[in-house]
Design a protein around this ligand. Structure first.
Ligand code: PBE
Length: 294
């Protein structure tokens, strides 16, 4: 009799163990599909970080937004991909990482990360009268996503190629595009012009191309790396002549609003860009809504 009781007890315990194991398993499966506690961001003060935080709030996500920098974020992404680990980053297109790896944008039904973005050229008030050639060139500058990708890939994937060299190569390969921007412009003799940029591969591409074309027109060009907020402030105060960094209508919206009447917005130099939360394709998740919620 005692023996039977023991056997029953052992069996019952086993059953309990199996049941708890099952339910644990279910939980951890659910978590592992979206085993994400943070979103790896970029530089604080960027448009990207502003809209990323707005998105976390809008979807009530239980994740933190880690400030970083574009190169540090990309290194984290590459390491995660090597180990097939889950990761969510803030990323955008055009970007050379999309040609190197299989990545996907998470769907964003609330559209807080924006849909199609355009990169606007902005200059200080008065540049049109004081420096008409520079103004016209900046106004005429327009290229496509593929063009930017071409410049970006040249320097981003080869440490021996500087952004300036990549820009020079692109100019050499696309004389007809450059001719359209400079058509009818009068050359100048060493006039100074200063452009602000942020150290992002997209902005390094456009700014270096424009700088080289301005130099060819006879300008003495200074390129000044700044944080996004300081760049806006400097163009608004007239200290800096222009910049090619404003992603709109969503990314840089808060800065655009703040400085709207102190800056001359010349409109898009590139259309069809996109920002978002991006994951490696092996991750079993498709939407911002699949991330852990509070
Ligand atoms: N970007 C690309 C970001 C960072 C680099 C321009 C979309 C931004 O505007 O914040």
């Amino acid at each position: 009799m005692m023996k039977w009781k023991k056997v029953m007890f052992v069996c019952f315990s086993c059953l309990l163990l199996i049941l708890t194991a099952c339910s644990n398993n279910e939980n951890s499966n659910e978590e592992s599909a979206v085993n994400i506690k943070e979103i790896v961001g970029i530089e604080p003060g960027s448009g990207t970080m502003t809209i990323a935080q707005e998105t976390i709030d809008a979807y009530d996500l239980d994740v933190s937004l880690t400030p970083s920098s574009e190169p540090a974020m990309l290194t984290e992404l590459e390491t995660a991909i090597k180990n097939e680990e889950p990761i969510v980053v803030t990323l955008w297109q055009p970007h050379w990482m999309f040609t190197k790896y299989d990545l996907k944008f998470l769907e964003d039904p609330k559209k807080t990360l924006g849909e199609e973005e355009n990169i606007h050229t902005m200059v200080r008030l008065g540049l049109d009268k004081e420096n008409p050639t520079a103004y016209k060139l900046l106004n005429n500058f327009y290229w496509e996503v593929d063009d930017m990708n071409e410049v970006m890939s040249k320097f981003a994937e080869d440490d021996n190629v500087e952004p300036r060299d990549a820009a020079a190569e692109w100019i050499e390969d696309h004389p007809e595009k450059v001719a359209a921007w400079t058509d009818g412009l009068e050359k100048v003799d060493g006039e100074e012009i200063e452009l602000a940029y942020v150290n992002w591969d997209t902005e390094l591409s456009s700014t270096n191309v424009v700088a080289l074309v301005l130099e060819d027109l006879g300008f003495d060009v200074t390129l000044t790396p700044l944080d996004m907020g300081i760049a806006f402030e400097s163009v608004a105060s007239g200290e800096i002549d222009g910049m090619l960094i404003a992603w709109l209508p969503v990314g840089a919206a808060s800065y655009k609003e703040q400085y709207d009447d102190q800056i001359d917005d010349l409109g898009p130099s590139l259309e069809g860009a996109q920002q978002g939360f991006v994951v490696p394709s092996y991750m079993d998740i498709d939407s911002v809504e699949d991330l852990p919620k509070k």
